[in-house]
Each structure stands twice: as structure tokens, then as C-alpha cells.
Design a protein around this ligand. Structure first.
Ligand code: ATP
Ligand code: MG
Length: 570
């Protein structure tokens, strides 16, 4: 991959790694990992972590582990495992042979727990959840010791064994580390290591009746795999002392944890719990809905993987949390597609234009450039005829100053076709334009004339008889407010609003497009530009052979809207 940061702009993580390598720490090795929990699909925030960890692997030529943190079986399943792998590959990264599951370590984790019990550093507690919360204290007050805290080692071993064999009820007992109930860091107040959960696990089946807590499994798995630099988001900073405590007391390899800020983007949510709610409440069409901030949603929408990598690289890693502008991400998508996407013509809101001096029945196949930014993309032919469709908005009866599109008496270039001048307008009883009558200059075929007279405007068109009528799914942002997590004020009728009330009711506007025939050849998921309108791709779910349905990837910036704004609404 070419889009890696230059050596001069080293962020604090890369500086730290360079320093450790120079000092021969971890034998000068680097080993990073990406540790998703298979309880949902990956989103753009995960993409940042993926680009960071796998990016480091590429820069330093070291393997990167993919480890599923599958310690919470109720919420996890194989569908999520599969989607996560597909998404990482699509983003352009590979873990090679280094695929791991926390559940592969359940035996080792248990043995380590037994070792801590034997050292007098863990105990089985039988306080109920409510009592346990009460004993924990608060940030301002110390907690107090559980009456079960000083059980003899033998009794703890026996009880832990009983928990494991499924002889204890859910909620009746937990294994806790014995650290310090007055510790200023609440994570150090005898955190739970195992709880009883009699549920089926998608990999270990019904073998286990106890499951490790995230904080017990996470640092341990990093250690077992020989991870050198464990990169995680800021909220884990206060868990680091706990991971260190476990590993020190077990005498195990000790990775260096480094925290960085989460990626946040406005007009969307990145909490997996909320994304799941959108899916389960059918507010969207599943995890891969093109409006979702998920990797699979973006892929289905036509967003190129490279634009996601470049966006993540641009944002870089920082130590403070910030919310990034969705518009910034869209610019990365446009920049990428401007370089790579093919062009096609399609008319979204058509009005008929008849060329009155066109030879009866003539079909002229004109050459069109597939991508002006990339000659190797070649050319195609498009049928030009005497009855065309053009965008209704491209014609103005009272043309304003600086208007270079269609107006009576104004010569305009029909892209790849001819110079055309509208002479007459036909309207219905309501005064709505029904047809434009025009003439053309036969000498201007291909878009130029021998006298090289100036024509400022160029518009797109399709031949009416050849046009393919397709459905267009025009997407907008999923939420109508910048921060959808902020619950709106209660309404006058006393209804209690939730964050779901921030959903944008117009996030999907169904429309249609009359497209040139060659759109039928566009591969599913590959974005192309409908010239002057926006980037679209054939949808992988709703398209049928010969009847594609097009997803809007991102709109082009509208140049006339900009001029109009400058002219003060003109
Ligand atoms: P959960 O609440 O389910 O734990 P999560 O978003 O933390 O949600 P994980 O599957 O645990 O999901 O995340 C895997 C990795 O991705 C973690 O290392 C986490 O730090 C990182 N990650 C998750 N969200 C973001 C984000 N918004 N920005 C950067 N990294 C993220
Ligand atoms: Mg997490």
C-alpha cells in the first residue's frame, strides 16, 4: 500500500515504538493486533484502529494479529466473525496465519486464575450484585472488604471448581482479584475475573459454565500472543494498571499498552449498542444499509477502501477526543473517486428535447471518454439521436446572468455530441415545460467546431429511445443533527423523545434515472460518476440482471448552486 505516513511525521505511537526498538525492548520486535468483539459489524471507528495496527505491520514489515475477543457469548455469533474478516480484507489488510480467538485460551486463562487463587491473590465472592456495588464505594469514598475476601485458598479452589462444573447458579458467585478495596482507581477494587454464565458459546459450545470478564481476558491474551505494543482507545487508560497487576503477579510477558483517541464523526452514531438498536428496530435495512457508518454499509454504498484509509491517515492518532466532520470524509471519497471512477451519463428529472434538423431515424454512435483522469480506462460509444432527454433544471426560460446552460437562443455543448441551440418551448396547461425544440450544428460533432467559436456550457443528455430507466436510491445523512446522541427536548404533547428521534426522515429518497445503455455493464458496488450529478454504484442487494438499482455514494459539489449563492439567490 502506498498511503502510509511519511517518516518525518511520526505520531506519538510511532515515536514510542521507534524508541523501544532502538533500546532493544522486546528484543527490538514489534507485534500489534486488532481485537474486535464479534458482537456487531465493524464501523469507521474500527477502521481507524485497523489502519493503525495493520498500517504499522506494513511499515515495519511485521505480522499483525486478528484476535476475536469472544468472551461474552450472549451477544456474539459467527455472522459477526465472518463479516469482520471480510471487512478487514476489503480494507486491504491481511492477518496471514495470525487468526486467534480469546476462547482458544479459556483453558490457559483458567489455569492462570487458579495460580492467582493459590497465591492468595483471587477469591470467590458470594455477595449478590447489589451488595457488590454497595461494597465497591465511589470515586470519592473507599470501598469495603467483602466478608468472603479472606476465605482459605482451599475453599476458593473448591468453589471455583464448582463454578466451572456448573454447580453454582448464575449470579451466585464470582471470582475476584484480591487487590485493594480502597484503591483510588475503581478498576483495582477487587475486579471480577469470572462469572457464572450457563450459555452456549459459538465456538466452545456448552463446555464452559463460567466466562472470563473482558478485563481478565484482554491483557492476558495480548500477553499469550506475544503482543509488544497493545494499542487501544483512551477509556482503557485506567484499566492498564490492572492488566499490569495480573501479568506481574503471574510473571508473564508484559506488552506496552498505548492509548489513543477514538474516532468520532458527526451526524452518525458509532456505539455498537446503538447500531444494533437501529438494525433490530428496522430503522435501517440491516448492518450493511448504505446509510450505516459500518464498513460493509460503506462498501455497499460504493465508498472506495482507499478513501477510508486516507481519511484515517489524515486524522492520525491523538491523545484527545474530537468529533470529525462527515463533510471531510466525503471530500476524501470524492477525491478518490474523481481519480478512479468511470463516467456515465444519466438524466434524473428529464424533459424531452427534439432536434428538429436531425436526419429522420439517424443514430449516431459518439465516442465518450470513460475517465478523463485516467486514459487507460478507455472509451465507449453512446447513441446520439434526434430525441433526447435533458435535465429539467438545465433549462431556464428567464436565464440569469452567467447562466451557461440551456436557454432560448443559447448554444450549448452536448457532451461528446454536438452544439445544440433551443429555439422554442412547449408547455402544458399549467405552464410546465413539456418539450424543447432545438437545432444542432452538424460540424460540431465530438464537441468542437472548425471555427472554434466559444461555447461555455456543457451538459449531459441521453437518447430517449435508448435510455435505461433505473431506480436511484438517493441517500443523505442518517441523522438530521450533528450530535445524534443528544436527546431532543420533550415535545408539547409530553412525549419523551429518545436519540432515535434525531433520525433524518429523508435519509433515503427514492428516485429514478434515465441512463445511457452502458450502465448495464457497471459491476455491482463499483462507483461511477453520473456526470455532473454524483457518484453512484449498482446496489448488491436490490439490483437484478438488466435492472440495476443505483445507490448514491456521494454527490458532486454543485457549481451553479455555488454561483447562485454568491449572486445572492439570483
Ligand atoms: P464495545 O462497546 O462492543 O466494546 P467497541 O467499539 O469497543 O465496542 P470492539 O470490538 O471492542 O468494539 O473494538 C475493537 C477495537 O476497535 C478496540 O481495540 C477498540 O479500541 C477499537 N475501536 C472501537 N471503536 C473505535 C473508534 N471509534 N475509534 C477508534 N478505535 C475504535
Ligand atoms: Mg470494546
Amino acid at each position: 500500500m502506498t498511503d502510509t505516513p511519511s517518516r518525518e511525521h511520526r505520531d506519538f505511537i510511532r515515536q514510542r515504538i521507534d524508541e523501544d526498538r532502538k533500546n532493544g525492548r522486546f528484543g527490538g520486535e514489534l507485534r500489534t493486533r486488532f481485537p474486535p468483539e464479534p458482537n456487531g459489524y465493524l464501523h469507521i471507528g474500527h477502521a481507524k484502529s485497523i489502519c493503525l495496527n495493520f498500517g504499522l505491520g506494513q511499515e515495519y514489515g511485521t505480522p499483525v494479529h486478528l484476535r476475536f475477543d469472544d468472551t461474552n457469548p450472549e451477544k456474539e455469533n459467527q455472522e459477526f466473525v465472518d463479516s469482520i474478516q471480510a471487512d478487514i480484507r476489503w480494507l486491504g489488510f491481511d492477518w496471514g496465519e495470525h487468526l486467534y480467538f480469546a476462547s482458544d485460551n479459556f483453558d490457559t486463562l483458567y489455569e492462570d486464575a487458579v495460580a492467582l487463587v493459590k497465591k492468595g491473590l483471587a477469591y470467590v465472592d458470594e455477595l449478590d450484585a447489589e451488595q457488590m456495588a454497595e461494597y465497591r464505594g465511589t470515586i470519592h469514598s473507599p470501598g469495603k472488604d467483602s466478608p468472603f475476601r479472606d476465605r482459605p485458598v482451599e475453599e476458593n479452589l473448591e468453589l471455583l471448581e464448582k463454578m466451572k462444573r456448573g454447580e453454582m447458579d448464575e449470579g451466585s458467585a464470582v471470582l475476584r482479584a484480591k487487590i485493594d478495596m480502597a484503591h483510588p482507581n475503581l478498576n483495582m477494587r477487587d475486579p471480577a475475573m469470572y462469572r457464572v454464565r450457563k450459555v452456549h458459546h459459538h465456538r466452545t459450545g456448552d463446555t464452559w459454565s463460567i466466562y472470563p470478564m473482558y478485563d481478565w481476558a484482554h491483557g492476558q491474551c495480548d500477553s499469550y500472543e506475544g503482543i509488544t505494543h497493545s494499542l487501544c482507545t483512551l477509556e482503557f487508560e485506567h484499566h492498564r494498571p490492572l492488566y499490569d497487576w495480573f501479568l506481574e503477579n503471574l510473571g508473564r510477558h508484559h506488552p506496552q499498552q498505548i492509548e489513543f483517541a477514538r474516532l468520532n464523526v458527526n451526524y452518525t452514531v458509532l456505539s455498537k449498542r446503538k447500531l444494533l438498536q437501529l438494525v433490530e428496530g428496522e430503522h435501517v435495512e440491516g448492518w450493511s444499509d448504505p446509510r450505516m457508518p459500518t464498513v460493509s454499509g460503506m462498501r455497499r454504498r460504493g465508498v472506495p477502501a482507499a478513501s477510508i484509509r486516507k481519511f484515517c491517515e489524515h486524522i492520525g492518532v491523538a491523545r484527545f477526543n474530537a468529533v470529525h466532520d462527515l463533510g471531510l470524509f466525503e471530500n476524501f471519497i470524492r477525491d478518490e473517486l474523481n481519480e478512479s471512477a468511470q463516467r456515465r451519463m444519466g438524466v434524473f428529472d428529464p424533459v424531452e428535447l427534439v432536434i428538429t434538423d436531425w436526419p429522420e431515424g439517424k443514430v449516431d454512435m459518439v465516442d465518450a471518454t470513460n475517465n478523463p483522469q485516467d486514459e487507460s480506462a478507455g472509451k465507449r460509444t453512446v447513441p446520439f439521436t434526434g430525441t433526447l432527454l435533458v435535465e429539467r433544471e438545465d433549462f431556464r426560460e428567464d436565464a440569469p446572468r452567467k447562466w451557461h446552460r440551456l436557454a432560448i437562443g443559447k448554444e450549448v455543448r452536448f457532451r461528446y455530441g454536438y452544439y445544440v441551440t433551443v429555439n422554442e418551448v412547449e408547455k402544458d396547461a399549467e405552464g410546465r415545460v413539456t418539450r424543447l425544440l432545438a437545432t444542432h450544428d452538424p460540424e460540431s460533432r465530438g464537441g468542437n467546431t472548425p471555427d472554434e467559436r466559444k461555447v461555455r456550457g456543457t451538459i449531459h443528455w441521453v437518447s430517449k429511445e435508448h435510455a435505461v430507466r433505473c431506480e436511484a436510491l438517493n441517500y443523505d445523512r442518517l441523522f438530521s443533527v450533528e450530535n445524534p446522541n443528544e436527546v431532543p427536548e420533550p415535545s408539547a404533547d409530553g412525549c419523551e423523545p429518545t436519540w432515535l428521534d434525531n433520525l433524518n426522515p429523508d435519509s433515503l429518497v427514492k428516485g429514478e434515472v434515465f441512463a445511457e445503455p452502458s450502465v448495464l455493464d457497471m459491476p455491482v458496488g463499483a462507483a461511477f460518476q453520473f456526470e455532473r450529478k454524483g457518484y453512484y454504484c449498482a446496489d448488491s442487494v436490490h439490483s437484478n440482471v438488466g435492472a440495476p438499482v443505483f445507490n448514491l455514494t456521494v454527490r458532486l459539489r454543485d457549481s451553479w448552486a455555488k454561483i447562485e449563492k454568491k449572486l445572492g439567490g439570483g
